[in-house]
Each structure stands twice: as C-alpha cells, then as structure tokens.
Design a protein around this ligand. Structure first.
Ligand code: XMP
Length: 311
C-alpha cells in the first residue's frame, strides 16, 4: 500500500470537504480513531476539535492515557463526562442488538448532537474502516459507527455530516499508515478496542457494577498478554453464575471468559495457543483478585462461527 499517497489524498480531501467550517471527532483510544484524529489535525489544525467521551464503557485509566498521549503530539483532547447518559440508556437492556442501538443513539443523537451544537461543528469525523462497513451491510452485526451505509442521513437525523477518511482500509492498513506517520507504538500497535467499549464484553445487562468487574479483568488480561504479540485480547463477563467455594463457604459467583486471538484484519480469527503456565496465571489472578469471580474460562472458538466480541 502507498501510505504517502493515502495520507496526501486524505488530507487534501478533508481540507476540500470541510473548508473553513468547524469539525469535531471523538477519540476512543483505539487505533482507528487515533489515526483519524492525527489526519484531521494535520489537515485542519485547530479547525478540528477532538473529544474523549467518557461513556463509562472504557478501560481502566484510558481517559488520562489518551489525553496524555495526544498532548505529547500537541493535539488537545477534551474530556467529556457522559457516563450517566450511557448507563441510563443501557439500563434494563439484555439483547445485544438493542444494547448496540442504545450506544449508537446515545453517541450520535444525544452526546454528539449536544457537542456539535455547542461547538457549531458542521462535520463529524469517524474512524470507520472497511470491515465495519462490510459486516454491518452483510447483516452480521450492527457496528456502532455505521450510519450512512445503513441508510441514515446524518444531516437530517442528527444535524451534521459524517466524514470517514479510513473507510477503504482494514486494520492492517490502518497500522501501516500509523507507522508511516511515525506515530508512537502506543497508538500504532495498540490492540483494537471497539467504540462501544466494554459494553461489547458484558453479556446481559450493563451496569456500573458489572462494568467494574469486566474492567478489572480486562486490566489483568492486558497486563498478562501485553507481550503476547496477539491481534487482540480481552476479558468478557458472562450473564451466568457458577457455584464455588471460598473461605470454606459456598458461593454463587461470576464467570469471566478470556479471549486472545490471532488475526490480520478481524474478518477471521483463531485462538492463540497460550502456554498452560500463562493460562494458569491468568486464571489465578482473575479469580484471586476480583471479588465475586470464581470461574475463569479460555475461549478456543475461531471466527467464524464466533465473532471476536461477545455482543
Ligand atoms: P467482531 O466482534 O465483529 O469484531 O468479530 C471485529 C473487530 O471489530 C471490533 N468491533 C468494533 N469496532 N465498533 C468498533 O469500532 C463496533 O461496534 C465494533 N464491534 C466490534 C472488534 O473489537 C474486532 O476487532
């Protein structure tokens, strides 16, 4: 792939589309939205306002990490606290597509609607990539960031136009462009993290308490598998309980699944062959350090038939 050409073309295209108008984008901390932020700022400078929406669905320490990483590149990122809006939209929902829809509506209609109005932005930049579009159009899954491709006129529905500079790339292409631009490994090599965040890793209702459980497990998994070289790794909280014994007492505890996969573009994936030693360590830490979790399972299922995330 000709990265130089891609970058030049996208910057020219962004300048032409946006002109003197204002634009806004949200960083999730993932590689796609990070690249969009860098391209957008190179094209528009201060004309692009970047926000990090604290949806309550993010990983441990993520808001600060993102703000600091971008501050080192002289790109200011504003933190927006929208925790209550997301949690109340997700309250009571257990169906995966309804949960995805609630996240989409909260992002695009409520939170962005408000931010766009406040900032007078005419354009919203998105990190949509080709795989997101293909899977949504094929009806596999409603990716949270697919709008125009499923017939939503964002101008009419939300009052702003959406710009998607990465829509011809897959994940491997996104990383190639990040490396070409000399972005820090913390961005270029970061494992994918979906926009709807930990909501894709909580089966059943998403509550503050259940998010805290999956967030603690995620931190352990990321610490333990950070040097695995795998494409993606995560913790998932199931919507079921299992009997266990702790301190000589019977308990009915939570179940965490660890998923670690090999893939190049997220279209297909296979489980990583982790050593028994590593699997034992993950299990010991997860059931030992997280209150109320007494089972830890390792998911061997490839994609297909499974998807990578759980909702
Ligand atoms: P699945 O679960 O569909 O995931 O096999 C494929 C890749 O896409 C990520 N993913 C998302 N990314 N918004 C995103 O920005 C979403 O709604 C979304 N759902 C899944 C997932 O982490 C994996 O890398």
């Amino acid at each position: 792939m000709d990265c130089k050409r891609f970058v030049e073309e996208q910057i020219a295209q962004i300048k032409q589309t946006v002109g003197d108008a204002k634009a806004i984008n949200a960083l999730s901390g993932g590689v796609d939205s990070s690249l969009v932020t860098v391209l957008g700022h190179r094209a528009l400078g201060d004309g692009l306002k970047t926000v990090f929406i604290d949806s309550a669905l993010m990983r441990e320490g993520e808001p600060l990490r993102v703000v600091e990483t971008f501050a080192r590149m002289d790109i200011p990122v504003e933190l927006v606290d929208a925790q209550e809006e997301f949690l109340s939209a997700l309250s009571g929902l257990t169906d995966p597509e309804e949960k995805r829809q609630a996240v989409t509506d909260t992002f695009y209609s409520k939170v962005f609607g408000r931010l766009v109005k406040e900032s007078e932005a005419k354009f919203l930049f998105h990190g949509t990539i080709l795989t997101d579009i293909e899977e949504t159009v094929a009806g596999i899954k409603r990716q949270h960031n697919i709008l125009a491709q499923v017939g939503i006129d964002t101008q009419e529905a939300y009052g702003y136009a959406v710009v998607e500079p990465l829509k011809t790339l897959r994940k491997d292409g996104v990383r190639e462009v990040c490396r070409f631009l000399g972005l820090p490994a913390d961005i270029a090599e970061r494992i994918p993290f979906p926009g709807p965040g930990l909501a894709t890793r909580v089966v059943g209702e998403v509550t503050r308490e259940r998010l805290a459980t999956v967030r603690a497990a995620t931190a352990i998994v990321e610490e333990e598998l950070g040097d695995s070289g795998a494409f993606q790794y995560m913790a998932v909280l199931l919507n079921d309980r299992a009997t266990g014994i702790r301190d000589n007492k019977r308990e009915f505890g939570q179940i965490i699944v660890v998923r670690c996969i090999e893939s190049t573009d997220a279209r297909t994936a296979t489980a990583t062959e982790l050593t028994w030693e590593k699997l034992h360590r993950l299990c010991d830490r997860i059931v030992g350090e997280i209150e109320d979790v007494n089972r830890c399972l390792y998911d061997l299922t490839p994609k297909p038939p499974a998807t990578i995330e759980y909702i």
